[in-house]
Ligand binder design. Structure first.
Ligand code: MG
Length: 381
C-alpha cells in the first residue's frame, strides 16, 4: 500500500468516527522541522510513540505524585497517575467523538516536565531560579520536547506536532481557549488526582473514611454504596466509593459538556476555541469538586508527615543545586550546550529536573557536606 492510500484510511476513519467539533489529524499545523508523512501512522500516533519512547517519560515511573516510597507501596507514581489520566481522558474523548489519538498523546505528555519530589521539588527549583526566569513543570515539558531530549539525528527534541506543544503552553499562558481535546486532558487530570489522592491518603492512614464525609461529593457516593451493599470492610468500601466518584464526575462532565457544545451550536474544532472552556462539570459538581480539593489541600497536602517530607526534599534539592553550580564541570556532557548558552543555573535546574526521586536522593546524599544523615535507610517519620 502506498503512503497516500494509508493516510486516506486515517482521514476516512476520522470522517466516520469524529464529531464536527473534533480536531481532524489532516488539519495539523505540522512540526517545527517538517517531516514526510508516515506510511501508516497519523501525526498524533507518532507523537504518542515519541513520548512513550523518550527518557523523560520513563523517569515518571520513579517520580512521586504526592507520596514517595517512604510512605508505602500502594500509592500512585507520576507514571501511574499519567496512565489513569490517559484512561479517563480517552473514555471522555471517545464518548464525545473527539480525536482520541490527540487526547492520548497530550495526556501522556502532560506531566513529563515534573522534577523529582512533585510540587515540593518544583517550588524549590522555582525559588532557586527566582532571578533566572523561575521553574515551572509545564514550561519544562516544552524544554524537554524542544531541546533536552536527543533521539533524532535531524532535529533536537521530539519535534512534536504544534497542537500538542500549544496545548501544553496553554497551561501557563492561558492566552486562548485550547482545543476540546486539550480541555479533556485537563479535566481528566483533575478527576484523576481528586480521587486517587484521597484513596492513597486513606491507604496510608493519613485520612479516615469518616473524615471525608464532610464533603458532599464523597458523602453522596458513600451513601449510594451503603444503600447497595452492607457489611463491606473498610478497604473494599473505599474502593467502591473511589470508583463511584470517578463515574459520577465523568458522567456529569460528559453531560454538561455535551449540552454546552450543543447550546453554543459549535460545528468545528476552531469554533470551540472562540468560547470559554466548554469541558467542565455542571456548576453543582464543580462546587463539590472544589470542596474536595480544599479538603485535600488542608488534610493531605499539608499533613504534618507530608510537610516533614517536603522540608527534607527541599534541603536535598538545594544541596544538589549548590553543589553543581559550584562544580558545573561535573555535569554530564549532555548539558554542555545549555551550560554554554543559558548558563550554569539553568543547566543545573535541567539536570535536577531530569533526576528521579531516588537518583535525586542519592545525589543529595553523595554531594552533601553539611552533616546530613547519610544512610539511605534513614527514617523519615
Ligand atoms: Mg497530572
Amino acid at each position: 500500500m502506498t503512503s497516500t492510500s494509508e493516510m486516506c484510511d486515517i482521514e476516512q476513519r476520522e470522517e466516520i468516527l469524529l464529531a464536527p467539533y473534533a480536531f481532524r489529524s489532516e488539519a495539523t499545523r505540522g512540526r517545527r522541522y517538517p517531516e514526510a508523512r508516515h506510511p501508516y501512522r497519523g501525526p498524533f500516533q507518532r507523537d504518542r510513540d515519541r513520548i512513550i519512547h523518550c527518557a523523560a517519560f520513563r523517569r515518571l515511573s520513579e517520580k512521586m505524585q504526592v507520596f514517595t516510597a517512604e510512605f508505602g507501596n500502594y500509592h500512585r507514581t507520576r507514571l501511574t497517575h499519567t496512565m489513569e489520566v490517559v484512561g479517563i481522558a480517552r473514555t471522555m474523548g471517545r464518548s464525545l467523538a473527539l480525536n482520541e489519538e490527540m487526547i492520548e498523546a497530550a495526556a501522556l505528555f502532560h506531566d513529563i516536565g515534573h522534577p523529582p519530589f512533585g510540587h515540593a521539588g518544583e517550588g524549590t527549583l522555582d525559588a532557586l531560579l527566582l532571578e533566572d526566569g523561575g521553574f515551572d513543570h509545564n514550561r519544562q515539558a516544552l524544554r524537554i520536547a524542544e531541546k533536552l531530549e536527543r533521539r533524532y539525528a535531524d532535529f533536537p527534541g521530539l519535534n512534536l506536532s504544534r497542537e500538542i506543544l500549544e496545548g501544553q503552553a496553554f497551561k501557563f499562558e492561558k492566552d486562548r481557549t485550547p482545543l476540546l481535546e486539550i480541555q479533556i486532558v485537563d479535566m481528566a487530570d483533575s478527576v484523576a488526582y481528586d480521587t486517587h489522592d484521597v484513596d492513597d491518603a486513606m491507604e496510608m492512614g493519613l485520612l479516615r473514611t469518616d473524615q471525608l464525609l464532610v464533603t458532599s461529593l464523597w458523602k453522596h457516593s458513600a451513601n449510594r454504596i451503603k444503600a447497595r451493599w452492607t457489611d463491606l470492610d473498610d478497604d473494599l468500601f473505599r474502593q467502591l466509593v473511589v470508583r463511584d466518584l470517578i463515574d459520577i464526575q465523568v458522567g456529569d462532565i460528559l453531560e454538561a459538556t455535551r449540552s454546552r457544545i450543543h447550546d453554543a451550536g459549535i460545528t468545528s474544532a476552531e469554533e470551540a476555541r472562540e468560547w470559554p472552556i466548554l469541558v467542565a462539570p455542571s456548576p453543582d459538581i464543580a462546587e463539590q469538586k472544589a470542596e474536595v480539593e480544599t479538603f485535600l489541600f488542608r488534610q493531605v497536602y499539608r499533613h504534618p508527615k507530608v510537610m516533614r517530607h517536603r522540608n527534607r526534599v527541599t534541603a536535598w534539592i538545594e544541596t544538589i543545586f549548590e553543589h553543581y553550580c559550584r562544580e558545573s564541570r561535573l555535569l554530564p556532557r549532555r548539558y554542555e550546550s545549555i551550560l554554554r548558552i543559558e548558563g550554569e543555573r539553568r543547566a543545573v535546574a535541567d539536570f535536577i529536573a531530569d533526576q528521579t526521586d531516588r537518583s535525586a536522593r542519592m545525589e543529595a546524599l553523595r554531594t552533601d557536606r553539611s552533616g546530613m544523615p547519610r544512610s539511605p535507610m534513614e527514617k523519615l517519620f
